[in-house]
Write a new protein. Structure first.
Length: 513
């Protein structure tokens, strides 16, 4: 049932044929049956085609999460375009860098996001003139038709990059479909389910929301963004909307437990809870498993570049392990621990090979493969992606995390490259040198601290400067001004010493400015 589609847009077409009158999408701005959603997508396709959008083009979706955004994504996919969801809350400068790095051909906006989209396009160096396509606005970003190298269609998700330029993770139709079909099978998703969607469309969690749901003919229910800051309202929404499947980051589950009253008011229809993006604090997960012993919780692991590659249904026994378990490799995907010599090892970096692994990064418009050839423990040499996570495989086959090997951290479910923030700090006037480190204390989420050396720029100016160049999810928690930064024996900035300093200092946090 879940293996017939070879393109993401086919998931909608097939469910429209099987379940034409069943609910497909429910949001604040509109609701559709599968037949209605399919027809609406077809109409937008025709309008976009008339304005020059064709197979192989790259289309940015500059629309807040809504029914309109879902329609736009499906329409662009149906035209054979490479689809790039963008966050309308990001600073315009960052949006312009995304346009350039992914070499987008068009940008779609709503009337609500048109002005912001025009600013992004202008910074990108285009006129900002838009054409009406139904209720949406289409910004052409090129003069003449052109062909792109690689990534002929599919999905692009932007992640934090160490150079300060967002990296476009290029996912093929097959990459996303393999995960979507596996997930739908794993939790027995069907047309009676109502899937609650809370993640931004720029976050890889929504590939499950959109495409696993469509494969099964289930109903996708979009959680209004404004409810996220009111945990009790989220709990109430889950109940009122009869949500049966919910996929979220542990931070949100934690809020529902500590502030949302979910233990006392369990959503009656909820039958499966999925989480990913960051570790789930064991003591809080234990509270869920104890309060709802009949509610299965699924731990899904994988960076954006591989989507989910390991998973497990957690139990009270599995969360008692010393190091976090991320489960077993999902069907059809190869996962192994690789040492520095490129061969399987007892401890090392987690590498992933198989159908979920991305096509490459979009760099200056060109899709560049980031995989490398390594030898798995079965002796087979495979092209695989190194996740940057260090771990080991237990005797029962489960994988366990031990930490990161680079400057990337997870905060509130978002992967953030600390060097991306550092690049933004160093670009500010008067900054002589800077280092950005993560502070891992007793809280489940890390904090990000900036250490700056500057004779002419103060802390307040640093905070203001970063607020205008970095999205909210990347804003540091604290800024510390210093006369000099500690160095290692070979003269490099001693980031370990700075992280220890961050743990002990009592500087004014970002939120207090």
């Amino acid at each position: 049932m879940f293996s017939d589609c070879i393109r993401l847009d086919q998931t909608l077409v097939e469910s429209a044929q099987r379940y034409p009158q069943r609910p497909a999408l429910q949001a604040e701005d509109a609701s559709f049956s599968y037949q209605q959603l399919n027809e609406t997508v077809n109409k937008l396709c025709e309008l976009m085609r008339a304005e020059g959008v064709q197979a192989g083009d790259r289309v940015g979706i500059y629309i807040a999460k809504s029914a309109a955004a879902v329609v736009a994504i499906y329409a662009a996919l149906r035209l054979g375009a490479l689809v790039a969801p963008m966050d309308v809350k990001d600073p315009a400068e960052r949006g312009a860098r995304m346009l350039a790095n992914a070499d987008l051909d068009f940008l779609l906006a709503t009337p609500a996001s048109q002005a912001a989209a025009s600013r992004v396009v202008s910074i990108h160096g285009q006129s900002g003139d838009a054409r009406a396509v139904g209720d949406l606005w289409l910004f052409p970003l090129r003069g003449q038709p052109r062909r792109h190298a690689g990534c002929e269609g599919g999905y692009v998700l932007f992640t934090s990059g160490s150079t300060g330029v967002p990296k476009g993770v290029c996912l093929s139709h097959a990459n996303v479909l393999h995960f979507a079909a596996w997930a739908a099978r794993a939790i027995a998703l069907d047309c009676e389910d109502r899937v609650g969607s809370q993640a931004a469309l720029t976050f890889d969690l929504t590939t499950f929301d959109l495409f696993s749901t469509a494969l099964a003919g289930a109903c996708l229910c979009l959680l209004p963004d404004y409810l996220k800051t009111f945990p009790r309202d989220v709990t109430r929404w889950l109940g009122e909307q009869c949500i049966s499947v919910f996929y979220a980051v542990p931070t949100l589950y934690q809020m529902l437990l500590q502030q949302g009253g979910i233990e006392q008011a369990r959503p009656s229809a909820l039958r499966a809870a999925l989480y990913a993006g960051e570790p789930f604090p064991p003591q809080l997960l234990k509270r869920y498993l104890t309060a709802f012993p009949d509610l299965p919780f699924y731990n899904l692991y994988g960076p954006t570049e591989t989507n989910v590659c390991t998973a497990e249904q957690v139990s009270l026994a599995s969360i008692e392990t010393v190091l976090p378990s991320i489960g077993w490799a999902i069907d059809g995907v190869e996962v192994d621990i690789i040492g520095d010599d490129g061969r399987a090892a007892s401890e090392g970096e987690i590498f992933v090979a198989g159908p979920t692994v991305f096509a490459g990064y979009l760099v200056d418009g060109i899709c560049r493969d980031a995989r490398r050839a390594v030898y798995f423990r079965d002796g087979v040499e495979r092209l695989a992606y190194g996740t940057g996570d260090i771990g080991y495989q237990a005797a029962d086959g489960r994988f366990h995390l031990q930490g990161r090997r680079d400057h990337q951290v997870k905060r509130r479910g978002h992967r953030i490259d600390l060097l991306d923030i550092e690049s933004a700090v160093l670009a500010l006037p008067g900054v002589e040198t800077a280092a950005v480190v993560a502070r891992h204390g007793t809280a489940p989420d890390c904090e990000i601290w900036v250490h700056v050396v500057s004779a002419s720029t103060g802390r307040d100016e640093i905070v203001r400067g970063l607020s205008g160049t970095l999205p909210k999810r990347m804003q540091p928690d604290g800024v510390r001004m210093a006369r000099k930064l500690p160095t290692t024996a070979n003269g490099k900035i001693d980031r370990h010493a700075l992280s220890l300093l961050s743990l002990n200092m009592e500087e004014i946090s970002h939120e207090e400015h």
